[in-house]
Design a protein around this ligand. Structure first.
Ligand SMILES: Nc1ncnc2c1ncn2[C@@H]1O[C@H](COP(=O)(O)OP(=O)(O)OP(=O)(O)O)[C@@H](O)[C@H]1O
Length: 231
């Protein structure tokens, strides 16, 4: 099996005559933890949408290994608060990931998977509580559990920690890192939080208005992030 999960070649996207992503060629190693960083508007979400298959690149290619069909992708969005009156329990919310989600009709395998994922995300104790009453960190763990329920090969966190307090942010990332190490799930973490990226990832992809940079995370210079221009 290839040691890569995906690779892009010469990728760019054109929006209203504006070129985004600058002929991006990068390789994502299976089992790695990559932080995608860069200032507002450089194309981080555009890259995620291309990976998810929601957007076709104007130019260039994206290749999955062994192929797209065999790669399961879990996606954790930016934190959106859930109303206090939200009716589903934590468990039922996580189970929305399965098709035919009404709990009594989950298959045995799905029930086992649900139990495991609630354990992994430390939500077992509040599994039957209404999600609306959970804390911000617990709600975000429920989104994470939903993404993990499909046993993804690739987990994409799209500014998923942005609205959490510093302790909840770190706890969420610690959990993701543990899953990355224990299960080998590949992680692509889109963030503006450079200290958090440095603490948990192995590699970085820095998108810039006129280019991009890739490398081991310890080589990411904050000065580069703040508007430096490299190709
Ligand atoms: N569907 C679209 N139509 C037109 N322009 C778009 C579209 N999607 C994104 N853009 C533009 O492309 C650029 C890159 O957007 P993108 O959301 O990928 O940036 P980003 O790096 O994720 O930004 P942020 O850090 O603010 O979330 C922006 O200038 C944005 O306005």
């Amino acid at each position: 099996m290839s040691d890569l999960i995906l690779e892009t070649h010469d990728l760019w996207e054109e929006f209203s005559e504006k070129k985004i992503l600058n002929n991006l060629s990068f390789k994502l190693k299976r089992g790695s933890f990559l932080s995608v960083v860069g200032e507002n508007g450089v194309g981080k979400t555009t890259l995620v949408r291309i990976i998810l298959g929601q957007l076709k690149p104007t130019h260039g290619t994206i290749k999955f290994f062994p192929n797209r069909k065999s790669i399961r992708i879990g996606y954790v969005p930016q934190f959106r608060n859930i109303d206090d009156e939200y009716p589903l329990s934590v468990k039922n919310f996580v189970a929305l990931s399965f098709s035919g989600y009404k709990l009594p009709w989950l298959s045995r395998q799905e029930r086992q998977q649900l139990k495991l994922v609630l354990q992994e995300t430390d939500l077992e104790k509040i599994a039957n509580e209404p999600l609306g009453r959970a804390s911000g960190g617990e709600k975000q763990r429920a989104y994470l559990a939903q993404a993990l329920a499909v046993r993804p090969d690739l987990l994409i966190l799209d500014e998923s920690t942005a609205s959490l307090d510093p302790i909840s942010k770190e706890n969420l990332l610690r959990l993701v890192k543990k899953l990355n190490v224990d299960t080998g799930v590949t992680v692509l973490f889109v963030t503006h939080d450079i200290p958090l990226a440095k603490q948990f990832s192995d590699e970085y992809l820095l998108l810039q208005p006129n280019g991009y940079e890739v490398g081991p995370i310890d080589q990411l210079q904050v000065a580069d992030y703040e508007g430096g221009q490299h190709v």
